[in-house]
Write a protein that binds this ligand. Sequence first.
Ligand code: NAP
Length: 282
Amino acid sequence: MKDIIDGRKVSLEIKEEIKNFVLNRKNENKSIPKIASILIGNDEGSIYYQNSQEKVSTSLGVEFLKIKLDEKITEENVIKEIYRLNNDSSISGIMILLPLPKGLNEKNIVNAISPKKDIDCLTYESVGKLYLGEETFIPCTAESILTLLKSYNVQLEGKEVVIIGRSNIVGKPTFQLLLNQNATVTICHSKTKNLQEICKRADVLIVAIGKPKFINSNYIKRGAVLIDVGTSSYEGKITGDIDFENVKDKAALITPVPGGVGALTTTLLIRNSCKALENSED
Ligand code: NAP
């Protein structure tokens, strides 16, 4: 194997950029980015994610408004809260932790976010722009994948990229981003026939299925770049979808789990809040 893709290192570089951005703004007496993060209910994963967003944001000098709403709140009141944040000029980016408690309509709620503050790319407008290849916020996991590939100078134009997984938050936006990079992209899912044959064509294989160690060396072309998005709990450890030990000698580059794609996502979300602030001043 040539190299391991170090997500933590790339994340640190972007964190430095964010710190400098905030510092420069402070020196120029300009406002600094502020994220409003809305958690409805008590989902454990979401609580953990919101706390970690807060910790990273404040360590970079970005302000963080943690909003916790009762799981019995009505859709109308959630939307009122979002409108209040849309109209608050001190807030540059808004995000909502998903999934929402049962009974709340996710589409109505996320689409109440102003697209200008939609740093997690949840609204119809942001998603539509992404698919048209127009400037917009990019969902953080997809952006993490592209950022890692670019950081390691992986050429994408004309290359055969295979993505396994077609979720709205990972597979589909990643498909679109890589298409915009002029790669030839195939997206596979649970009903795909001949998965091994298709994967073996890939110069870049991206796996986002949530099945630990599912992909072994039988799926890999020698010299391929492997991006593992999966994060499942397996034998007490966070484990990817790719069997790292089994494939590592065949791959040119590979992301570890943890320390690969996931190491960047929160940093990229925070960077989006800096972009949102800049956009608001254009
Ligand atoms: P998801 O919504 O559950 O989608 C899984 C996808 O995998 C579906 O498209 C499914 O196909 C496909 N699939 C499942 N089994 C398959 C098989 N045997 N062969 C081929 N395709 C198969 O998952 P997700 O939200 O995209 O997340 C995927 C994984 O990434 C999870 O482990 C999640 O925890 C992780 N994740 C990590 C990060 C990060 O920051 N590192 C971020 C987001 C997600 P169908 O559509 O046909 O059902």
